[in-house]
Structures are given as structure tokens and as C-alpha cells.
Ligand binder design. Structure first.
Ligand code: ATP
Length: 221
């Protein structure tokens, strides 16, 4: 018989993390409690498919995430997208995880700004065959169901579950929403502060800031 821990959902948290900040960290930490996750696997994108090149390279962004999550037993780091050549797509990442995790529920964690753009993702409908999607309410970005693209609004209507507890017994296919402590922090804001020589303190962990300063990230053109 499988243990309870073996059935607990695994959270998957992808992003550019250029740099990682407390908005990301709180989202992941609160997701563990709200959604009953076993842990959250952080997967920094190597070459994000849907945006311009990040300011800092994949290895450097991975290092910053490693520093930010150090010592948190609920978090683990996955370097696969950083190590892979070519653009990073979530579907192949989830296919790989599905192989190793068998029928464990996988929950892809997204801020609602990212969710709103889901139909632009590579093979987005396949995502639901591989994982659930858990949408966190990011400050200033409510989910406006009326303004979602039609196919996404339909998917939302059909797949949304109010009771997040239901997901524990199902490997994939549902959408849940959860609120997180509003932290109006973005990587864009941190890059802008550093670029003009202002302090990013209290927006991201101290060890990340020290690393940024040591390697002169975000200050050079
Ligand atoms: P940028 O400002 O460079 O666009 P970002 O701060 O939005 O970056 P990403 O790495 O693009 O960070 O985000 C990864 C994921 O984290 C996305 O799903 C995004 O919605 C979510 N996220 C980012 N910042 C916050 C925040 N402050 N609160 C809640 N979710 C967030």
C-alpha cells in the first residue's frame, strides 16, 4: 500500500526568476499549506519561450533560486530546463515529471497574470492531461472570466473545482484558485531599482541581494 505522503500532490513552479523575489517565495510557501502539497519543485526556465531574453543567464538565475530556497525542506530545485538546449516549454517538462512521479497529482502553480496568457503556451491543452493548474491571485491582477480567451474561459468553467482537497485523488485535469498574501513585487521592479543604484532590500532575500552585488547583475548595460 502506498503511504499518504506518496499521494500528496507535487507543486511545480516555473518562471524566469530574473531575479527570484519574496512574491515568488510566498506564493510557493502558501501553496504548500493551502493545497496540501508534498513539496514545491522550482524549475527556472532556461530560455523562456514567451518573452525576450532575460537580463541574467540561466545558470545565474538558477543559482539565485538555489540561494533563495536554501534551508526550506518544502522546496526543491530542478535544473532540467536550464540544462536543456533550446526554448523552455512546460509540456515536455511535465511529461518528464509524469514519468518519474507516476500517478501522483501534479499542480502547476501560476500567478493569474500568467494564467490569463495560457492559450499562448506551446500545446496548452495538453497541460491538463499532465497536471492540474493552481492559479494564485497576484495583486492587481484579478481573474476576469469575462475577458479570458474563449477556449480558456471554457476550460475554466469545465475544470474549476472549489474544493482543492478533491485534487489529492486525481493526477491531472482540474483548475483551482487560491489567494496568497498580496505582495506587489516584480522582478522588473527589482531590476529597475538595481539599474538606478537603489536598494532592493526586503523585496528579495539578503543572500540573493549579496549574490547580485557580488556578480554585478542588473547594473551593467
Ligand atoms: P518580470 O517582472 O520579469 O515579468 P515576475 O516578477 O512576474 O517577472 P516571473 O519569473 O515571470 O516573475 O514569474 C513566475 C511566476 O510567479 C508567474 O506565474 C507569476 O505570475 C508569479 N508571480 C510573480 N510575482 C508574483 C507576486 N508578486 N505575487 C504572486 N505571484 C507572482
Amino acid at each position: 500500500m502506498r503511504s499518504e505522503a506518496a499521494k500528496k500532490p507535487l507543486g511545480i513552479f516555473g518562471g524566469t526568476f530574473d531575479p527570484v523575489h519574496f512574491g515568488h517565495l510566498r506564493l510557493a510557501e502558501e501553496a504548500v499549506d493551502r493545497l496540501g502539497l508534498q513539496s514545491v519543485r522550482w524549475i527556472p526556465a532556461g530560455q523562456p519561450a514567451l518573452r525576450g531574453a532575460p537580463r541574467v543567464g540561466p545558470r545565474q538565475r538558477l543559482d539565485m533560486v538555489r540561494l533563495a530556497i536554501a534551508g526550506n525542506p518544502r522546496f526543491e530545485l530542478d535544473a532540467a530546463e536550464v540544462d536543456a538546449p533550446g526554448p523552455s516549454y512546460t509540456v515536455p517538462t511535465l511529461e518528464r515529471l509524469r514519468q518519474s512521479e507516476a500517478d501522483r497529482p501534479l499542480l502547476l502553480l501560476l500567478g493569474n497574470d500568467a494564467f490569463t496568457h495560457l492559450t499562448g503556451w506551446y500545446r496548452w491543452e495538453r497541460l491538463f492531461e499532465l497536471a492540474h493548474i493552481a492559479v494564485a491571485h497576484r495583486p492587481g491582477c484579478p481573474i476576469d472570466r469575462e475577458r479570458l480567451p474563449t477556449e480558456l474561459a471554457t476550460a475554466f468553467r469545465q475544470r474549476w473545482r472549489e474544493n482543492t482537497g478533491e485534487l489529492a485523488g486525481i493526477p491531472a485535469g482540474c483548475i483551482v484558485t487560491f489567494t496568497t498574501t498580496p505582495l506587489d513585487i516584480s522582478a522588473t521592479q527589482i531590476r529597475a531599482l538595481l539599474q538606478k543604484g537603489a536598494s532592493p532590500r526586503y523585496l528579495t532575500p539578503e543572500n540573493v541581494i549579496a549574490h547580485i552585488h557580488e556578480h554585478h547583475y542588473y547594473t551593467e548595460n
